[in-house]
Design a protein around this ligand. Structure first.
Ligand code: BES
Ligand code: ZN
Length: 623
């Protein structure tokens, strides 16, 4: 039976969730639908979570007690929570045990947990444990860590996986504060998306407080043999002991980055900003967990060349974490704004030449992906406003939200000029802090606060084209880089018989190298591949972006000299953005399709659910 799932979200913030903080200026009672949550917040909405948990590495489970504080309507009869593969032991309303119902499990959404309440009910308490199928959690053996001595656990909740480790209303439109008491083995440190400890204690007991309301997808926990190293007064980095020095060096400019961000769009609102460098199986480059960005170790290039990823996650502290997409159909509001903000931070820190290289690389990727999507029948997903009903919200994680979203905002900047656009964006973050945003409300705000306020007229037809039509408008901004034009010249020289070692590559940044490797034509011979590799050492590149691009080219050109490195990289890295193009290229190739299957069989146990979920489909893997 197909379940019909429709959750209503009130975009009015519960007043108690704002206690001690700025009152929400909005009393917008309009309700919007989140198809990815069972919650009915208009009847009963979670405002605070008190979480007690014991992390059990032996049995790979968390035993938890979640007390949820509620705000109810006058005629409230039940509160509905999202859960996925949780073992619910008992439920209390106040102090009294009650009968609850756990609905049928949907593949994407999990099961609704329905608890009978009265309008006067303050809180419900759920005793539960996680199961082996907890999709947010990755339990690592000691061998899967840098130190090889201790196990490790981390969570990845976005988009709708928080429900697999906490029973909660798992919708980006619902915000709550939280506190937690977490017990872990005494040789390990626990960290959350909250106020964090900086060192271990003998008992292995840690207390956490997040006093600003956040949506469930920003709940995060990590447990491992971790150390802390301060960077600035309000920033620092956590990593395994053998990684901490490299991490502290790579992120040395973090404080400057935070200041650059603040100078653009207003004060950082979350107190501390720390980074956590995870083991390499982390499925994303970064995840903007409040106060503590989770990051992949693949950005430790040794030369600070990949820190735009930190700018990106930091920017989410405004776009996404302060002003949050109302549903996953509005995902571009989180990511497009963040890419725009990231680009502005990079421009401020390293100059326009640099940020235009990054924008050009993204543009190339976007054009190629739009083409692919149109050819494989997902043309509708090239619209900014998505329709993800009855689908996994992960389907919306494409460069559309990121880079088409970015270009749309850049088109608005170019239309009205930077000064007016920046004033609009800054006010947008301030006026809508700790609240949710729909695409439609954003367009309204754009009209009122950017156009009308400045005596300008918004071109509604054009805006609608950007938001509701597939592909890119013909007049979309097209980032161009003079530096890349020079890289192209060197590639032409190489293709017309100049020795690789005679090319003029002096002082190239990793962005220029990336562009160079991307421009390798399909008909390059294996000898030419070898000549490039001999001259520039691509197979040994310490820059994971350049290496991935090179390995893609190696598969395409059946350049076998890189295959050992390819296997090593795939077995030891779990970042989906790198895995997908590499496996995809093998699947498409004549040389390497069966190699893909055999590597995957070895590597799969090292990957997080987020990555295996995508790769199982690509590789037709039968669990
Ligand atoms: N919030 C995203 C990661 C994400 C998106 C997780 C959707 C789950 C569902 C994060 O901010 C992100 O965009 N990461 C990118 C960074 C890059 C664009 C700089 C990544 O992981 O590659
Ligand atoms: Zn992001």
């Amino acid at each position: 039976m197909k379940l019909k799932i429709v959750a209503l979200i009130s975009i009015m913030l519960p007043a108690c969730a704002m206690e001690g903080h700025e009152e929400s200026k909005k009393t917008n009672k309009e309700t919007i639908m989140d198809q990815h949550s069972y919650a009915k917040p208009a009847e009963s909405v979670v405002t605070h979570l008190k979480w007690d948990a014991v992390v059990d590495f032996e049995n790979k489970k968390i035993d938890g007690v979640a007390t949820l504080h509620l705000k109810n309507s006058d005629d409230a009869k039940e509160v509905i929570l999202d859960t996925k593969a949780l073992n619910i032991e008992k439920v209390l309303v106040g102090k009294k045990e009650v009968k609850f119902t756990l609905g049928e499990a949907d593949k994407n959404l999990g099961s609704a947990l329905t608890i009978p309440i009265k309008s006067s009910t303050d809180s419900v308490t759920i005793y539960y444990s996680t199961s082996e199928g907890a999709e947010a959690l990755q339990w690592l053996t000691p061998m899967q860590t840098a130190g090889k001595k201790h196990p490790f656990l981390f969570t990845q909740s976005q988009a709708i996986l928080a429900r697999s480790w906490v029973p909660i209303q798992d919708s980006p439109g619902i915000r709550f504060t939280y506190e937690a008491d977490v017990k872990v083995p005494s040789e390990l440190l626990a960290l959350m998306s909250a106020e964090n400890p900086q060192e271990k204690n003998d008992k292995g007991e840690y207390h956490f407080v997040m006093d600003r309301p956040i949506p469930a997808y920003l709940l995060a926990l990590s447990v491992g043999d971790l150390e802390f190293e301060p960077i600035g007064d309000r920033s620092g980095v956590y990593a395994e002991p053998s990684v901490i020095d490299a991490a502290a060096y790579e992120f040395e400019d973090l404080e400057e980055m935070i200041s650059a961000a603040e100078s653009l769009y207003g004060p950082y609102q979350w107190g501390r900003y720390d980074l956590l460098v995870l083991p390499p199986s982390f499925p994303f480059g970064g995840m903007e967990n409040p106060k503590l960005t989770f990051a992949t170790p693949t950005i430790l290039a040794g030369d600070k060349s990949l820190t735009s990823l930190v700018a990106h996650e930091l920017a989410h502290s405004w776009s996404g974490n302060l002003v949050t997409n109302a549903t996953w159909n509005d995902f571009w509001l989180n990511e497009g704004f963040t890419v725009y903000f990231e680009n502005r931070i990079m421009e401020k820190m390293y100059g326009r030449d640099f940020s235009e290289m990054e924008a050009s690389l993204a543009y190339q990727g976007l054009v190629a992906e739009i083409d692919d999507m149109k050819n494989n029948g997902s043309g509708d997903d090239t619209k900014l406003k998505l329709d993800l009903s009855n689908r996994n919200p992960d389907d919306g994680v494409t460069s559309i939200a990121y880079d088409k979203g970015y270009l749309f905002l850049r088109s608005q900047e170019e239309k009205v000029g930077r000064e007016k656009f920046d004033a609009f964006v800054k006010d947008y973050f301030t006026s809508n802090a700790f609240s949710v945003m729909t695409t439609e409300e954003f367009i309204d705000l754009l009209d009122k606060n950017l156009y009308q306020k400045n005596g300008l007229i918004m071109d509604t037809a054009k805006i609608n084209e950007w938001i509701y039509k597939p592909g890119l408008p013909t007049d979309a901004p097209k980032p161009t880089s003079d530096k890349f034009a020079k890289v192209d010249e060197q590639m032409s020289r190489f293709l017309t018989e100049t020795e690789a070692s005679d090319l003029d590559v002096e002082g190239w940044s990793s962005q220029e190298w990336l562009h160079f490797v991307r421009s390798i034509p399909a008909n390059l011979t294996k000898d030419q591949m070898k000549a490039l590799d001999d001259a520039f050492g691509f197979t040994k590149s310490g820059n994971s972006e350049v290496l991935t691009e090179w390995l893609v080219q190696s598969i395409r050109h059946n350049y076998e000299a890189s295959f050992d490195e390819l296997i090593h990289f795939l077995v030891n890295t779990g970042r989906r953005k790198f895995l997908m193009p590499l496996y995809q290229e093998m699947v498409n190739s004549e040389c390497c399709a069966s190699m893909a299957t055999s590597i995957y069989a070895t590597a799969r146990p090292n990957y997080h659910f987020v990555s295996t979920n995508s790769l199982d489909e690509l590789l037709n893997y039968n669990k």
